[in-house]
Design a protein around this ligand. Structure first.
Ligand SMILES: [Zn+2]
Length: 461
């Protein structure tokens, strides 16, 4: 079966459909929410477009309360699903083309959502069409689920999990090839306590998942110029200070990064605490620096190197210190070899032994995603990717971030960015200006998805 040819036969229709879908500015607008359009009228319009398309093509469709939709084929007991999304992120600035125009230039289609995730969703849809054209007896029901709130909290899938039909396994075309089979667990914890301190005020960060690239701390008393100079030199960072009437504000320059990759950043708040501890002999700051100095969580005794996902990471993302009250929020990402209890117990025990004035509480928790790389699902998806793309080199992956795949059990992320087909400079990536998708990649991904369905849902494949 030559799936590339089958996909190419649909090329013109796919381009036309993608252009129509890009033309719907499906941004969330909850000020205009209604019971059937929980994320506003434009996302509702995109959902209607997709479901109408499905029923016009003869598939079964299901509207899951405006949170998501399902386009399905067959009524078999077992099911194979694909999960994409129709909502987009705001346009931003600096576009050289109409973000809703679907313009084609040098083999690319431009528009907000073209790569994330309307193009990949259209690829998954046409893969289902190609399979239906074959008129074969499938052993699994096929389901394309389209979510409406991937970009602003994934509430679509929280609702879907409660009311919608859950496929037994599947994949998500909203990341990269070959297969992302694991994502770390994410634990957000708050450390709180009261203790006498020289810090008058320290406030930084709004989200736990951002490495603090800049941080100011106001300390009672005159500036400690020599200590600051020495500290900056030995830590190779930049800092400045401003003397007020009875206090000094120090500002430390680190480097922003996402909390899933703290090694790419430099946490300015950790440096600030470290400096206050050293320069002022402040006991509270010293306790906290000892607990938080390492983004591997060494100070909290949660350091762990996982077999598949490598190191646990820890990021200090929000700091609120006033008077004697300390509140610090941490984003901890742990590999699948350990669990929530490992993190919680070790942190509690460490605090009890080393800083008993600090207590820890859980703010949020997401289980890791892990599908055995030797499972039939992952092996088949990987084989199909290799066969169609010719890329034998790129290994399977795990990551620290949270993709859409973790919202459903037994789902992995599968494309549709091709690691060996880098975007040229004129084409923007997901969430960037001039977002674009390569037509050839769209065809290849469609062929890959169709072949994957064929192998996973057809006995005689
Ligand atoms: Zn996406």
């Amino acid at each position: 079966m030559d799936f590339l040819t089958l996909a190419r036969n649909y090329q013109n229709q796919m381009i036309k459909d993608l252009q129509e879908l890009i033309a719907i500015p499906s941004l969330s607008d909850e000020t205009k929410a209604t019971p059937t359009a929980p994320f506003g009228p434009k996302i509702r319009e995109a959902l209607d477009w997709m479901l109408n398309k499905g029923s016009a093509d003869g598939f079964d469709t299901l509207d899951v309360d405006g949170y998501a939709g399902v386009i399905s084929l067959g009524h078999q007991a077992e099911s194979l699903g694909m999960l994409g999304h129709l909502d987009i992120v705001p346009i931003g600035e600096g576009w050289s083309v109409d973000p809703f125009g679907g313009q084609i230039k040098d083999g690319f289609i431009f528009g907000r959502g073209s790569g994330d995730d309307k193009g990949p969703t259209i690829a998954a849809y046409y893969a289902m069409k190609i399979i239906r054209d074959l008129n074969i007896d499938l052993n699994k029901k096929l389901m394309l689920i389209v979510g409406c709130d991937e970009e602003t909290g994934m509430r679509c899938m929280k609702h879907y999990i409660e009311v919608g039909p859950i496929p037994d396994m599947g994949f998500v075309p909203d990341a990269e090839f070959p297969v992302i089979y694991g994502e770390k667990g994410i634990l957000v914890m708050k450390l709180s306590g009261k203790k006498h301190t020289v810090i008058k005020q320290m406030r930084a960060g709004e989200r736990p998942n951002i490495v603090l690239g800049k941080c100011s701390v106001e300390v009672f008393g005159k500036p400690k110029e020599d200590e600051l100079r020495l500290f900056c030199r030995s830590h190779r960072i930049k800092a400045s200070y401003k003397y007020l009437t009875d206090s000094t504000i120090y500002t430390f320059e680190g480097k922003y990064s996402h909390a899933s990759t703290p090694q790419k950043g430099q946490n300015a708040a950790v440096y600030a605490l470290n400096f206050v501890a050293a320069a002022y002999q402040d006991e509270a700051a010293a306790d906290l620096s000892r607990l938080l100095y390492s983004y591997h969580g060494t100070g909290l005794n949660i350091e762990f190197d996982g077999a598949h996902m490598r190191n646990l990471t820890m990021n200090l993302g929000i700091v609120h210190i006033t008077n004697t009250q300390f509140d610090l929020t941490l984003d901890i990402r742990y590999p699948n070899d350990v669990d929530f209890d490992f993190c919680r117990k070790n942190i509690e025990q460490t605090l009890k032994n080393d800083a008993s004035w600090v207590s820890a509480s859980v703010i949020a928790h997401k289980e890791p995603l892990f599908v055995d790389p030797n499972s039939e699902l992952v092996k088949t998806l990987h084989d199909v990717y290799r066969e169609v793309s010719g890329d034998d080199f790129t290994p399977l992956k795990t990551m620290g971030g949270g993709t859409y795949a973790r919202t459903l059990p037994n789902f992995v992320a599968y494309g549709m960015a091709f690691p060996l087909r880098k975007l040229p400079d004129f084409a923007g990536d997901a969430h960037q200006k001039d977002e674009a998708i390569e037509i050839e990649s769209l065809i290849m991904a469609t062929a890959i998805y169709a072949k994957a369905i064929y192998k996973l849902a057809y006995e005689n494949a």
